[in-house]
Design a protein around this ligand. Sequence first.
Ligand code: ATP
Ligand code: MG
Length: 440
Amino acid sequence: MNLPKTVLELMQTLNAQGFEAWAVGGCVRDSVLGITPHDYDLCSSATPEQMQQVFSDHQLVLAGVKHGTVGVVTDAGVVEITTFRTEGDYSDSRHPGWVRFVPTVQEDLARRDFTVNAMAYCPEKGYADPFGGLEDLKQGVLRAVGDPVRRFQEDALRILRGVRFAARFHLKIQQETWDAMLSEIEGLDSLAKERIFEELHKLLPVADAQLLIQIQPILARVIPELAPTMGFCQYSPHHAFDVFTHIAYVTEGVPAEPVLRFAALLHDVGKPACFTQDENGRGHFRGHAQVGAQMADEILQGLKAPTAFREEVVWLIDHHMTDYPPEKKVVRRALSRHGKQRLERLIALEIADLAGKGVVEKEDGSVRLRKFLEILEQIVQEEGQMSLKTLAVKGEDLIAAGFVPGKALGKALNELLNLVLAEQLPNEKQALLDQAKQWL
Ligand code: ATP
Ligand code: MG
């Protein structure tokens, strides 16, 4: 394993004082996989007090000292060094009730969640891998360290972490570990909602449809509103799948960013509540976008998602059935109203929604959507994004022309913008003023 120079120097400084120092956890796993680690965590036989002495010439971050962690500030950022420790009594399923320092790296590795995360490395001794993490990585297996049932009882967040690591590194969850995830699933109920949101936020961008389908019981536990979509038959020639299977494909199909992945996961959450069958037995879901948007709003509030994030997801779900004709006027108007990023996200969601139906239609609806995107790109290139800010008259121009500040003034500005967007007026000051004066 290659270690950066600064990290090696810290390890050597500890070694020179008679302490062990190992790179541990995610950085070992990543480098075995050939991925450049985003940070390097160390563990050591030195206690926090001893570390503070050894690194007395460095600036230190001491916020984690209680849990044995000292952050050493280096040119390459903060490197966290944690004393070999064990822990126990996870009363709130998150913070260990106590930590106790232990003498060996093997004992430290035993407290970690999965074998692939429970490896350490140091240049003199090579790998410390008491639970077979190297072999599991090679075989593509995610396995809990020790007794999986106990490990998930100690900390139910590990269920979500495990699913996330499996998704991120394309690992198969070992059977006993999977069985324990399900048998200990009720532990998820007592996790802090923001922790669940944080895990989903990291999971969704790396999850594919197969994984989402596999983890339905877990998703239903953390977002109970999804449960009715699972196995819900759509009774439609336009849908090959039940609602949740469709949701899984749409989620896989949108670009891998959290807003879009959440929007996809929740886009049809309103379907079961809106279901009707016509006299031919065909299923309909009228109004499901609006009902779903409302439900998503409540779900994301419940998960304590940041407001801006929630509003973006809700907007996308609310609008996901919008049919925009691929015409310059329509695109220009939508662009001025919603902005480029939102529109691009919406169209990406709609394209994935079509692709996730699992049936080949006579007419491929995504052609229209792609055309819309093309026009959007063209308009942005040629004209920039038209809005009240770029309108050739401003409020003060209208006031100078005799308008009274207030509602009517705002309305006139918006009306002028609409006329420009509809290409009925050029975006030129005189033409716009002439029109406005007629309204006076
Ligand atoms: P990432 O690249 O996502 O940061 P990571 O493996 O570094 O991956 P962290 O959440 O930063 O993950 O945790 C660092 C290490 O601490 C893990 O590799 C694991 O060994 C251990 N760990 C973290 N959280 C837990 C937990 N809830 N239970 C047991 N061990 C954990
Ligand atoms: Mg990490």
